[in-house]
Design a binder for this molecule. Structure first.
Ligand code: ADP
Ligand code: MG
Length: 239
């Protein structure tokens, strides 16, 4: 079967010359939920941005989404939740922002009001996105992504800045979304709850690709790449 995501020898340099990704290769099967971890500056966001091609320079190597390489097709299939919600919101009202993606892509539209209700923001239609709290902005972004009904969800630090209730509600929602998922996060509880497999990036290189609890539980690996083994894994796997 054609993989949902295929990344082959992908390298990327920003216009200022900074090398952000170095010969990254991996595939994600349809229906998989894969975690993307690594210290700040590892290249996680840059990698996710390649899935819908919003970068200033051309990469070397290849990225395919369900076998497709043309940007328009990739953008139809991938719903990308940006790390910073302010990069994603630009319409005067919440409703317009949520409806923008499906209109732009020409994909079958899930009504924007329905997507808003799905993220717990019913009644927010006429609000200005810029006057919302950080957590509310994130939800509007997620509603915009879900309104496009993507086959692949690429989430960049989706729980950062959420309070405990917001995080719990986000996870409950995420459990209900049927899509192939690639989740970049420092929230290792989230990664462990959703992802059976984890990719570890450091300085633009893919340094591990394996079973989630094995990667997360490898204290030497985690510490040598600026991370920590989650404390609850230390209890479960004392060695
Ligand atoms: P992460 O999401 O893992 O924190 P990023 O993908 O944001 O990492 O960044 C990877 C590398 O690329 C870092 O060294 C970062 O400083 C650099 N970088 C990110 N965005 C830009 C940009 N717009 N211009 C130049 N360098 C950038
Ligand atoms: Mg990032």
């Amino acid at each position: 079967m054609t993989p949902a995501i295929e990344v082959h020898h992908l390298s990327y340099r920003y216009p200022d010359g900074r090398e952000a990704l170095r010969t990254i290769s991996f595939t994600v099967a349809e229906g998989e939920c894969v975690g993307l971890i690594g210290p700040n500056g590892a290249g996680k966001s840059t990698l996710l941005l390649h899935l819908n091609g919003v970068l200033p320079e051309k990469p070397t190597g290849a990225v395919r989404v369900f076998g497709q390489t043309d940007l328009a097709a990739m953008r139809r299939d991938v719903g990308l939740l940006f790390q910073d919600p302010d990069d994603q919101l630009f319409c005067p009202t919440v409703l317009e922002d949520v409806a923008f993606g499906p209109q732009q892509l020409g994909v079958p539209e899930k009504p924007a009001t329905e997507a808003l209700a799905q993220v717990g923001l019913a009644g927010f239609e006429k609000r200005s996105p810029h006057h919302l709290s950080h957590g509310e902005k994130r939800r509007v972004c997620l509603a915009g992504v879900l309104a496009c009904q993507p086959r692949v969800l690429a989430l960049d630090e989706p729980t950062s800045g959420l309070d405990p209730r917001g995080r719990r509600e986000f996870k409950a929602l995420l459990h209900k979304v049927r899509a192939t998922k690639l989740i970049a996060s420092h929230d290792l509880d989230l990664i462990a709850e959703f992802c059976s497999r984890v990719l570890l990036l450091d300085r633009g290189e893919l340094v591990a690709d394996g079973v989630a609890w094995e990667v997360l539980g490898d204290v030497t690996l985690m510490v040598s790449h600026g991370l920590e083994r989650p404390h609850w894994l230390q209890h479960r796997h004392p060695h």
